[in-house]
Design a protein around this ligand. Sequence first.
Ligand code: ADP
Ligand code: MG
Length: 250
Amino acid sequence: MNTAVAATTAQRAPAIALAQVGKTYTGDVRALDDVSLTVEHGTFLAVMGPSGSGKSTLMHCAAGLDSPTSGSVRIDGLEITGLDETRRTELRRERVGFVFQAYNLIPSLSIEDNITLPLRLAGRRPDLEWVGTLVERVGLAGRLDRRPAELSGGQQQRAAVVRALVAKPAVVFADEPTGALDLRSAHQVLDLLRALVDDLGQTVVMVTHDPAAAARAHRALVMADGRVVESMDAPTAARLAGRLASLGEW
Ligand code: ADP
Ligand code: MG
C-alpha cells in the first residue's frame, strides 16, 4: 500500500463508532450501559449474549432505528444522535442495510422488484449492473421473475441480502439471519456474508445465538446486562460457547 492510500485509509472514519451509549427504557430498564464500540470498514462483527442482554437495543441504536438516552453514535463518520426522525430515516436508507430472521420479502412482488424496492422508495434508480453482479454472486440469476414463495428459505434470505446491499450501504445489520434456516442454507448465507466482507470490503454486524455462526465473523462481542463483557478476535465456537456458559446461557 503506498503512503497516499495509507493516509486516506487512516483518515476514513470507522463504519460505526459508539461512545458511551446508554439506553434506559421507561420503567428504569437499563438496556445499554455506557457501551463504547468501534467497527472498522470491511469487518464482520458478531454480537452474542443471553436473552435480554441488550443485543437488539445495541443494533437498533447503532443503525439509527432507535435513539439512545445518552452518548454518541456515528455511522460512517456522521453523528446521528440529535437528528430528527426524517433525517434518521434518510440516513438509514442511504447508509444502512438490514437483514432479518424472517426474510421480510413482499409476497406479491417478484424477487427483482423486492430487491430494488427500498431504492425506488428512496426515489433512487437502482444501479442495474451492481444488482446483476450481486444476483450472480448469490446464485439467484435466472430467478428474478419468481415470487418469494417459489424460492427456498435459503434463496429468499440470499435475496434479502442482495436487497440490503443494492444501495451500497456503509454497514449491513443482520439480526439472526440464519435463525429460520436449515443447516445447509444457514452455511450458505454465512459463507455469503463472509465473502461480501472479504471480497467486497462490506461491513457486517450480525446478532446471533449460534456460536458456530458467530465464529464466521472476524470479531465477536459478548454482551451481558447491557454491557460488552468480552471482545474476541478470530472467535471460535468453543471459546464463545465457554464464555456464554460462564454467563449461565448454555
Ligand atoms: P436482547 O436482544 O439481547 O435479547 P434487548 O435489547 O431486546 O435484549 O433488551 C434488553 C433489555 O431491555 C431487556 O431487559 C428488555 O426487556 C428491555 N427492553 C427492550 N425493549 C424494550 C422496550 N421497548 N421497552 C421496555 N423495555 C425494553
Ligand atoms: Mg434481541
